[in-house]
Design a protein around this ligand. Structure first.
Ligand code: PLP
Length: 439
């Protein structure tokens, strides 16, 4: 299986992904190309469910669609029995068009529009995670007609600010006190929201939600958030007499992007969280809520590899030793993977068509955009030549999902590879697509 540490090879010495030859995939579908190992995504879904379900009686694992979503992915998530977290009308629409059961959808967002709320309530979305008091008012109006229509009330969770500052890039922290997401525990706003939700016809308050940040390498921040949220559950019980029936700890577990990087395996993450939860409930004399988790990156990142064709190569004199830097330009860049520009994300790379050769040349991988879109600052590859196929692993999450048309580059295709067979799940955009909406 392809990981940052290991790369399976075909007999021809090419990278193999999902049993398919990467060179053949590039020839068939073109580059840049996102290839996702479908078996690996399914394995991650099962591992996450098993890790939590074997340790705690009542769990829902909800895949965070923001990491990567298309019709095929929504169907895969459904088949694997995970719920799906959607955070916009577009993600919700994709899920519904894929036939995802609405009752297993969760709607997120810090600025949901009336349209999004109407769409979600109308479709019968299982849970809505309320981010702020204005949204609660808006939702109360939208859900007010449910009882008269003979429909059950809309389940809501209140998103709280856990007040935890996790160790990750500042742009992917969300749980700290100073954040746009959720309601403050310390100011009393979160408790106000619970009171308001409980007293609103058409709404059913079921629990609380907290997400501390993304790409976290251990469980420290989640455990701190858990304690804060359990204390809040006590405050809710004291104030309203209600028990928190659902406790959503968000997503955030990271993945290794570079060889040698160590990230807590999901099994140990699950053990840490469920043990702390059971103990924390016992000391506070709280009944067991349903535990909800929302992994995105940890489900899909490692399954993905992006294939690029190498183009211009140049040696540029630089002041630092050894005096020249070799720039290797590929046929994509920040439009298919903005993460290096957004938050200094790091990647490794290798040549998919010469995957067995010794990486003896230090190069900088650059994109083709009118920006300094360096994909990888420095990586060793076998002396590269124009036409080589560069593979960047661990690019399944927040790449296609964040892709743009900068410089009017068409977005690449996405292929699922499994057991030696590939299927196109997102077509490559065409030049005509680029002007389709121009008036
Ligand atoms: N849940 C919420 C509310 C989020 O904001 C995010 C990501 O930002 C996730 C889940 C998924 O996070 P990750 O991909 O780090 O698991």
């Amino acid at each position: 299986m392809l990981t940052v540490e290991s790369r399976p090879l075909t007999a021809a010495g090419h990278l193999e992904i999902g049993g398919c030859d990467a060179v053949a995939l590039a020839a068939e579908y073109g580059t840049p190309l996102y290839v996702l190992d479908e078996g690996r995504i399914r394995e991650r879904c099962r591992t996450w469910r098993q890790a939590f379900e074997s340790r705690y009686p009542s769990v829902d694992v909800e895949y965070a669609g923001k990491a990567f979503l298309c019709l095929a992915m929504a169907r895969l998530v459904d088949e694997e029995g995970l719920n799906l977290d959607v955070a916009s009308a577009g993600e919700l629409y994709t899920a519904l068009q894929a036939g995802f059961p609405p009752a297993r959808l969760v709607l997120h967002g810090n600025n949901k529009s009336r349209l999004e709320l109407e769409m979600a309530v109308g479709a019968g979305v299982g849970r809505i995670v309320v981010d702020n008091l204005a949204e609660l008012d808006l939702l109360a109006g939208v859900a007010a007609t449910l009882p008269a229509a003979g429909r059950p009330p809309q389940e809501v969770l209140i998103r709280v600010i856990p007040g935890v500052d996790p160790h990750t890039h500042r742009r992917i922290r969300t749980g700290q006190v100073d954040t746009k997401f959720g309601l403050s525990l310390t100011s009393g706003a979160a408790l106000d929201a619970v009171r308001q939700a409980v007293g609103t016809p058409g709404l059913l308050f079921t629990g609380i939600h907290g997400h501390v940040g993304s790409n976290l390498h251990d469980a420290t921040a989640h455990l701190q958030a858990l304690e804060a949220m359990l204390d809040f559950a006590v405050a809710i019980r004291d104030e309203t007499g209600l028990n928190v029936e659902e406790l959503n700890l968000g997503g955030g577990l990271g993945v290794p992007y570079l060889p040698g990087e160590s990230v807590l395996p999901v099994d140990r993450f699950a053990a840490a969280l469920t043990e702390a939860l059971v103990e924390g409930l016992a000391v506070r004399h709280l009944p067991q809520p349903r535990l909800l988790l929302e992994p995105g990156r940890a489900i899909v990142a490692e399954a993905g590899v992006t294939l690029y064709t190498v183009g211009a190569i140049k040696d540029v004199p630089v002041p630092e030793a050894p005096g020249t830097r070799r720039y290797v330009a590929v046929d994509g860049g920040m439009s298919d993977n903005p993460r290096p520009q957004l938050y200094d994300a790091v990647y490794t790379a290798f040549l998919a068509n010469r995957a067995g050769e010794t990486p003896d040349t230090e190069v900088r991988i650059a994109g083709k955009h009118c920006e300094t879109d360096v994909l990888i600052g420095s990586v060793a590859v076998p002396d590269p030549r124009p036409g080589d196929l560069l593979a960047v692993p661990v690019t399944g999450a927040y790449t296609y999902a964040m892709a743009s048309n900068y410089n009017r580059l068409p977005r690449p295709a996405v292929v699922f590879a499994r057991d030696g067979a590939a299927r196109l799940v997102v077509r490559r955009e065409t030049l005509e697509d680029l002007i389709r909406n121009d008036a």
